[in-house]
Design a protein around this ligand. Structure first.
Ligand SMILES: NC(=O)c1ccc[n+]([C@@H]2O[C@H](COP(=O)([O-])OP(=O)(O)OC[C@H]3O[C@@H](n4cnc5c(N)ncnc54)[C@H](OP(=O)(O)O)[C@@H]3O)[C@@H](O)[C@H]2O)c1
Length: 253
């Protein structure tokens, strides 16, 4: 058995970003890579980014991507183990993968409800369990959950989604208590509405209502979320845990 001591704080640091193939997850992944991190992402499908990034010389030896469904616990667990075996540690987990279907609860099918719960909550619980074991061993780690303003405020049409996002905020507070003594912080970012593939199916009037009812009178862009995200991932955020940071341009309902 190797007696070499791993310094978990030495660069490069290692992150896993679920749903890193596009949208916010891609922006977080690119920001971490630009800052010199090793980053492993996964999503169910490939994307323009997952096709091009592996051959980017700037990312050589620092980027991994897989086609995985966050609902598949054993496969996700095996991927986490592969990342740790490859880079020797895990500094940051970003629970970003999620789906948001638009349907009033009265007409929502069981399958629709289960799909939200299994992806947005079950996926986060299982992936976090897997990553947290390593972070507890290291006695250092950061977990950032991407929740939503919809978990805090009401928006008709997103009942199943909002329930899972409110649950993620509760999980954030409880996990902060469970993992704090192991040197692991757990925080969430609650974005307002952003123009991504996720919101493309939402009624245009809803997006416009949210724009006109925000203090800054605009929807978010993925770039708006990168600085707060990088701050929560940094060593400087070490005394912040169990917090949900709302980043929504001042959405007033
Ligand atoms: N856009 C907004 O207005 C908004 C507002 C508040 C919060 N958020 C939150 O921000 C996060 C990112 O959203 P986004 O707007 O960037 O969404 P997006 O463009 O739809 O991206 C979602 C990502 O998650 C992946 N994903 C979805 N289901 C998955 C599964 N079962 N297994 C593995 N990966 C899966 C997607 O890839 P595949 O489809 O290929 O699997 C994709 O990479 C989400 O947590 C979302 O709830 C977004």
């Amino acid at each position: 058995m190797s007696t070499q001591k791993i310094d978990y704080m030495t660069s490069p640091q290692v992150a896993i970003v679920s749903g890193g193939s596009r949208g916010l997850g891609r922006a977080f992944t690119e920001a971490l890579l630009a800052a010199g991190w090793c980053v492993a992402i996964f999503a169910r499908r490939t994307s323009e980014f997952t096709e091009s990034a592996p051959s980017n010389p700037a990312y050589a030896g620092r980027f991994m991507t897989r086609q995985l469904d966050v609902r598949n616990g054993p496969e996700v667990d095996a991927y986490v183990q592969e990342v740790i075996a490859t880079w020797g540690k895990l500094n940051l987990l970003v629970n970003n993968a999620a789906i948001a279907g638009w349907a009033p609860l009265a007409i929502a099918e069981d399958e629709f409800i289960d799909w939200h719960i299994d992806t947005n909550l079950g996926g986060v619980l299982r992936l976090t369990r897997s990553a947290a074991k390593q972070m507890m061993r290291q006695r250092w780690g950061r977990i950032i959950n991407i929740s939503s303003v919809v978990g805090i405020r009401g928006f008709g049409g997103l009942a199943a989604y909002s329930a899972t996002k409110a649950a993620v905020d509760g999980l954030t507070r409880t996990l902060a208590m469970e993992l704090g003594s192991s040197g692991v912080t757990v925080n969430a970012i609650a974005p307002g509405y952003i123009n991504t593939e996720m919101t493309a199916q939402f009624p245009k009037e809803t997006l416009e209502w949210n724009r006109t009812h925000s203090a800054l009178l605009r929807l978010g862009t993925v770039e708006d979320f990168v600085p707060p995200f990088m701050f929560l991932a940094s060593e400087g955020a070490g005394f912040i845990t169990g917090h949900t940071l709302v980043v929504d341009g001042g959405l007033v309902t």
